[in-house]
Design a protein around this ligand. Structure first.
Ligand code: IPM
Ligand code: MN
Length: 392
């Protein structure tokens, strides 16, 4: 019998819907302690994760909770030293934790996809982290490459299905290396896998409430069911689930049109739910609308269970150890982690702090090298502590 996850407590506010199972009630007068795995990975992973941990130190001192942090050494160096990608024992450890904060994976010395598959997809699949939550929120118009778009125009919550589709691992080659080679990779969708992410999107939309000027929150289904006919399963499942949510408006866009709308009228979107591969692609486009890879955060979530949080950027090996990468994507991902474990207020305060630093021009740019990684971190920490001091 797998042991119960330590994530058991009453439902809490925040941007995430209530967990499927509830957390144990907090002990009165006792500080809450969360078990967090720290997995920096490769490239800039080390520096962005160590900066995010300093922000975590500040937040826990303000909000009065504690964390027990355990370093997880997996990544390219570990693989080159030991031949091990991510062992079963690591997954067993992680299952006992509340969450994992993850840096990045990818190293030019290692065969393409090997570590990504074992570590990133490994966690997503083996921990069944079926929700990939990717907020696309603009904090200042100067960060958006589109003409005339303001923060009020870009506030989208993408939910990318995170365990199926072309990522299900069903692929192969035959007659490899010959002129008759055939390569196949299956797009796999199950009714259960589709329904749980679609339902989560509706729950989350209800929780967010309507966008200003709209009567109801809205969920857009993004697919390509006109060409990928297997996605008819998504069309039908979405229509059925929608019947349970009369308080939520629905909308549909094919992925090609959705890319067009993202650039032309991003203000149209509210919550958007999509398949794994399309979600991977459109959230990079989304990231560029809010300032790029230096700020785009994500959570790989199984509601109510241990989940993993990472910036959506890669390992950027050329910036490793240069103190040039923006830590904001990892810092905001750590915020999503806090929301997940039940510290919604800490997340909201962290997000407001980052937004304020950008809006007041103290963080001028998110491009690598424009600020030092450690400089942004110091600004976030000082501002958090200063805001807390003013509230007292
Ligand atoms: C992401 C990444 C991964 C993905 C890669 C590294 C396998 O691009 O998290 O978006 O395709 O999911
Ligand atoms: Mn990606």
């Amino acid at each position: 019998m797998p042991q119960a996850s330590p994530l058991e407590q009453e439902p809490r506010p925040g941007i995430l819907p209530p967990p499927l199972r509830s957390f144990p009630a907090a002990q009165p007068l006792m500080s809450k302690v969360y078990d967090i795995g720290i997995l920096p990975g490769d490239g800039i992973g080390d520096e962005v994760v160590s900066e995010a941990q300093k922000v975590l130190d500040a937040i826990q001192s303000i909000y009065g909770f504690q964390t027990r942090r355990e370093h997880l050494p997996y990544g390219a160096e570990h693989y080159l030293k030991t031949g091990e990608t991510m062992p079963d024992a690591a997954f067993d450890r992680i299952r006992q934790m509340h969450a994992v904060l993850f840096g990045a994976i990818g190293d030019p010395r290692i065969e393409v996809g090997k570590l990504e598959f074992a570590i990133i997809a490994g966690m997503r699949h083996r921990l069944d982290l079926y929700v990939n939550l990717r907020p696309v929120k603009l904090y200042h118009e100067s960060l958006c490459p589109l003409k005339g778009k303001k923060p009020a125009d870009i506030d989208i919550l993408f939910l990318r299905e995170n365990t199926e589709d072309a990522y299900a691992g069903v692929y192969g080659h035959t007659k490899k290396g010959t002129e008759h080679e055939i390569a196949l990779q299956q797009m796999v969708y199950t009714r259960r896998g589709t329904e749980r992410i679609v339902r989560h999107a509706f729950e989350l939309a209800l929780r967010r409430g309507p966008k200003p000027g709209r009567p109801k929150p809205m969920v857009t289904l993004i697919d390509k069911a006109n060409a990928v006919r297997a996605q008819d399963l998504w069309t039908r499942t979405f229509a059925e689930v929608a019947r349970d949510y009369p308080g939520v408006d629905t909308d549909h866009a094919y992925i090609d049109a959705a890319c067009m709308w993202m650039v032309k009228n991003p203000e149209w979107f509210d919550v958007a739910v999509t398949t794994n591969l399309f979600g991977d692609i459109i959230t990079d486009l989304g990231a560029m609308l809010i300032g790029g890879m230096g700020i785009a955060a994500s959570g790989n979530i199984h509601p109510g269970k241990v989940s993993m949080f990472e910036g959506i950027h890669g390992s950027a090996p050329k910036y490793k150890g240069t103190d040039k990468a923006s830590p904001l994507a990892t810092i905001l991902s750590m915020g999503l982690l806090l929301d997940h474990v039940g510290e919604a207020e800490a997340y909201q305060e962290l997000e407001a702090t980052v937004a304020n630093l950008i809006q007041t021009g103290r963080i001028r740019s998110l491009r690598a090298g424009d600020h030092r990684c450690s400089e942004i971190d110091t600004m976030v920490r000082d501002e958090l502590l200063e805001r807390a001091r003013q509230r007292r």
